[in-house]
Design a protein around this ligand. Sequence first.
Ligand code: OGA
Ligand code: MN
Length: 298
Amino acid sequence: MEVRPLHEVFAAELIGADLAQDPDAALVQTVEEAMTRYAVVVVRDQTHVGDDEHIRFSRAFGPLELPPSLGFKTSGNRRFRWELYDASNLDVDGNIEAADTLKRRYSKGNEQFHTDSSFNDLPTKWSLLFCHIATPERGETEFVDTRAAYDRLSDAMKSRVDGLIVEHNVWRSRERAGFTDTDPLKKALPAVRHPLVRESASGRKALYIGSHADHIVDMPLDEGRALLDELTAIATEAKFVYAHKWRNGDLVIWDNRCTLHRATEFDYLSHKRDLRRTTINEYGEERAANEGLRATAA
Ligand code: OGA
Ligand code: MN
């Protein structure tokens, strides 16, 4: 196996892995090490790999985060095993969805830089997104490294942000995307708090921000939001972005603790795009992001 960098500061391709095989210790170690260093790892040419293997491979690195029950049904989520999050534009029958469905509006929120499940109380380790059908053009997924972003901050900014606590809500990101009927989400997913600066697997400090970040605890709302926006702008400057151009059979793994990502637009009504995601936590039971919250909020 070989690990080949894809970008100046992060992201690499792992060559020579076969994800259809039961992952052995050598593969697990290679992936863990590459992820620690590069934070985004791409494995290509896996068109022979199905959902079962995708899930088995993911579980070798941590317990699955199961998709939350948000209090409403999204169509499309029964095309395949329910452990997978559906990032496609397809309905239950595999046809392109209409423009105005709830699922479509919900996934529009993914076009803002975010880190998956920062509204989870458990630390979300990685996301593993598998491409079954790529679009012929556009529809890239963009990534940035928030360890590198932290390193670029001035000393004054570093001391300003170290120690701050951020409250994250899934409805904040949907609100920004023009999704206003968020009540079911509010009930399903109460807010959680995480440090703004956290240590990543490499030991380097990373910014833990993104579109679910609502406000900074003990700071006036506007001031906190302005600071979050400023940090996001620093982190997502175009020259620091790795844009992944999808091919069928690509698996892209990213570390949610030290990267941000976003979907980009494509011709949604003309082209099928079928991406399915597993998400894993650092530790804990396999459960939906909102289950523990429901238990503690009661
Ligand atoms: C995701 C996501 C981006 C995309 O699956 O978490 O943000 O390009 N996807 O579909
Ligand atoms: Mn995402």
